[in-house]
Design a protein around this ligand. Structure first.
Ligand code: PMP
Length: 429
């Protein structure tokens, strides 16, 4: 397998782009090597500029849940394009997508569309502060909520990949109201409430995907919600990754927990830049033009993105692939565990619905600290071997692999063979 054309574009890209990428998670920084340049994608497959084709388990970091260029999505956006691309005024499809989203989340009466997950969360945090009149927010170590200043501490995703504790350029004042707790550890949340009386709420990934996959243990979400209720603080659930991915109603439906404020992104735009935040009428009425919390966007509710989102969610509801996702993830888990055993490699596999990944450690992974016990050199060897055997994975130990409903039996066989070869490569290190 050659990467000559990717390499050429990388060199060219370095001139006017930072690291030749527009998001650092695409940089292959922790696996050694240079970023891949993509030519096209269709269904379960993605093809790079050298003509190498891979089964895609990156899926644009989650949005392409139906696979690439699904017929119905393609048709809907082609139709929308004919009417114009952006109006700076309302359209019928915004109402339609809002209804689909609100119907899926019982705690959500109203929603506001934005352009990214980052915007969804920063607005959700502002809303929690506006509603409670309090400033402090608790976040969990290893959870990633986009690149807003206040939450760029102890964050997962690219910061974990690059081993960055936070970001330069974030003033102390911007994070002085951010408190850090340990995932799956309610006592670490309670300790903050014992010390502070101005906590607006807690934000979390209901299933973390940005430290690798880490699931809530026992009754963590329910107990957290009950505790916050007793303290008059809000539960802000960041379902940017998990919304419509693990279940139509997101992780909240699966764990039977209702957020006070829900943040969404990724799948709801079907591959176009969309985010959203929503809550009960009482909370959402704080938002301008109904209330005094200001938040706006020139391109928000973009007609092409709305059409892509409606078509994706409608098809997702029709397909209802969630049981199948569980089955496929379980099959992949078994491949991973069996080949690891065969070659004497120590791994832990975490999965949740259509999100899965192995950690190269013998430790059970329930939080960021445990995730960081993974041998990232082993992951790098595994990653490159998977690439050479035709499977595209996120180039980081601290990202989830995503499944699409376009995966065929043949793709799954290919993944199995690639896992076997890659585990063997790790055992020879
Ligand atoms: N929240 C979560 C849980 C995410 O996974 C991400 C992105 N990976 C974000 C927020 C930020 O979304 P975006 O990259 O669209 O700004």
């Amino acid at each position: 397998m050659e990467f000559k054309n990717s390499q050429k574009l990388y060199n060219k890209g370095l001139v006017n782009l930072v690291g030749a990428v527009n998001s650092p998670v695409r940089a292959f920084a922790s696996v050694g090597g240079n970023p891949l340049f993509i030519k096209k994608a269709k269904g379960s497959k993605i093809t790079d500029v050298d003509g190498n084709s891979y089964v895609d388990l990156v899926l644009s970091y989650g949005p392409m849940i139906l696979g690439h260029r699904h017929k119905k999505v393609q048709k809907a956006i082609t139709k929308a394009l004919k009417n114009g691309y952006s109006f700076g005024a309302s359209t019928k499809n915004e109402i339609k997508l809002a209804k689909i989203v609100c119907d899926a989340f019982p705690g959500m009466d109203k929603v506001r569309f934005v352009n990214s997950g980052t915007e969804a969360v920063l607005s959700g945090i502002r809303l929690a502060r506006a509603f409670t009149g309090k400033d402090k927010i608790i976040k969990f170590s290893g959870c990633y909520h986009g690149h807003q200043d206040a939450l760029l501490v102890a964050a997962g995703s690219g910061l974990a990949t690059l081993s960055l504790p936070g970001s330069k350029g974030v003033p102390e004042g911007a994070v002085k109201n951010t408190l850090i707790a340990n995932y799956n550890d309610l006592d670490s949340v309670k300790a903050h409430f014992e010390e502070h009386d101005d906590i607006a709420g807690v934000i979390l990934e209901p299933v973390a995907g940005n430290m690798g996959v880490v699931t809530p243990q026992n009754n963590f979400l329910k107990e957290l919600k009950a505790y916050l209720e007793s303290k008059g603080a809000l539960l802000i659930v960041d379902e940017v990754m998990t919304g419509f991915r693990s279940k139509f109603g997101g992780a909240q439906e699966l764990f039977d927990v209702e957020a006070d404020i829900t943040c969404l992104g990724k799948v709801i735009g079907g591959g176009f830049p969309v985010g959203a935040y929503g809550a009960s009428n009482e909370i959402m009425e704080m938002v301008a033009p109904l209330g005094g919390m200001y938040q706006a966007g020139t391109l928000s509710g973009n007609p092409i993105a709305m059409a892509g989102g409606i078509a994706t969610l409608t098809e997702l509801k029709r397909q209802n692939p969630y049981e199948r996702f569980n089955e496929v993830a379980q099959i992949i888990e078994v491949f991973l565990l069996e080949s690891a055993k065969k070659y004497g490699v120590e791994i832990t596999v975490n999965r949740f619905g259509s999100m899965i990944n192995p950690f190269f450690t013998n430790v059970t992974v329930t939080n960021f600290e445990e995730a960081q016990t993974s041998d990232t050199k082993k992951f790098a060897t595994f990653f490159w071997s998977m690439m050479h055997n035709g499977v595209f994975l996120p180039p980081s130990q601290f990202e989830a692999w995503f499944l699409s409903s376009a995966l065929s039996e043949k793709d799954i066989e290919k993944i199995a063979k690639a896992i076997d070869k890659s585990m063997e490569a790790v055992s020879k290190m």
